[in-house]
Design a protein around this ligand. Sequence first.
Ligand code: SAH
Ligand code: SF4
Ligand code: F3S
Length: 435
Amino acid sequence: MKKFYIKTFGCQMNVNDSQKMAGILKHLGYEPTTNWEEADVILVNTCSVREKPDQKVLSALGEFKKVKKKNPNAVIGVCGCLAQRAGYELLQKAPYLDMVFGTTNIHHLPQLLDEALKGNKAVEILEEIDERETELDKYPTVRENKYTAYLTVIRGCDKKCTYCIVPYTRGKERSRRLGDILREVKELVDDGVKEIHLLGQNVTAYGKDLGDVKFWELLYAVANVEGVERIRFTTGHPRDLDEDIIKAMADIPQVCEYLHLPIQAGSDRILKAMDRGYTQKEYLEKIELLKKYIPNIALSTDIIVGFPGETYEDYLETIKVLKEVEYDQVFSFKYSPRPGTPAAEMEQTEDPKEISKRLNDLIQLQKEISFKKNLAYENKEVEVLVEEEKDGKLVGRTRTNKLVYFEGRNTLLGKLVLTRITKANRYSLEGVLIK
Ligand code: SAH
Ligand code: SF4
Ligand code: F3S
């Protein structure tokens, strides 16, 4: 049987797209392999959000090219955000590529593969969004985890943060129809899934383009599907996160007490230059509202350090927010200019060394805060969804998205259990089974 291998870079949207592509390839009679050297089809699903992922893609391609020595008929394809942004450039740099396709052409994978197998270059990168992209939704996802599943509910992004490439690589916002989403939720539950993770670059904007449904209504509708035990969603945008959504989060038993709410920077001047659409005060008011309705909520955020024009004083505003909010987790990045974005034209005033130092200091500070947050779990009883067995232990997540390791029988896989936390580590918790 012919085999396929998919390498995925980037965010959960890309992970979900790769799961769908795996579904398509299985449907076409291919089997997955974990060893790219024996693959007949290699797909590289790319990210372009910063310069580093761009480079990673190029070095991965250099490696995968070797597959053709042993198997000259092997097909190598590139898709995702870098392909959408610079597919033709990629073809020049890597002329051995057989397929290159954009983010809205994934449903054409069967035809593209057909073309490539005939020995032709299969290239499809559209400027406009392909109206038929939703055909992708009908394929089942091939997931690594049996009990948790991603589900894309909105594609694209209408926010135009000045540093960000995503609106260019993913296009304008398109919400999926509620009925289609609920059908997929039901299929996933029938397949054994307990936790549904709703996805979008900007999920809280769900429904704006449809006009007749809002994100909080989607949450209720998903919760009403029989068998859904937990609901998570990423990424919420602070601008669209309103009291209706927060109330629904608090009210729906299955919605987990965890939210990733990117602030990016603490300084109002920088937030304005980023065109984020909120001030530090407005952001902190939303955090306060979240904590009021959901007192035990765990929070995480994204931070960009070294945006053009960021002074040390601006940076200190970010530090101030981290100290005040006490996030459970922070994903921090050095600013990276992206071709074609407005920020790429802005002047960088700071020394790269100084920016690296700021980032390192921020990471150190957050390490302490995250550890302190974990320590607070010691001796507490928490609900865990048992996701997998690893090194002879069971592993699952709390509703607040913390990993818990504990002893137990594998008949508990996929079950919600109660554990008592015995030890907090920096990045995980250890516990014992209570029930
Ligand atoms: N839609 C999500 C984020 C998508 S990109 C949101 O709006 O929050 C994921 C993260 O990458 C962003 O939150 C941001 O922190 C970071 N990022 C995006 N563009 C970047 C750039 N040009 N340089 C550095 N980090 C960037
Ligand atoms: Fe990028 Fe901003 Fe859209 Fe997030 S909201 S994807 S950071 S443009
Ligand atoms: Fe990267 Fe595209 Fe996601 S640029 S972060 S893979 S939307």
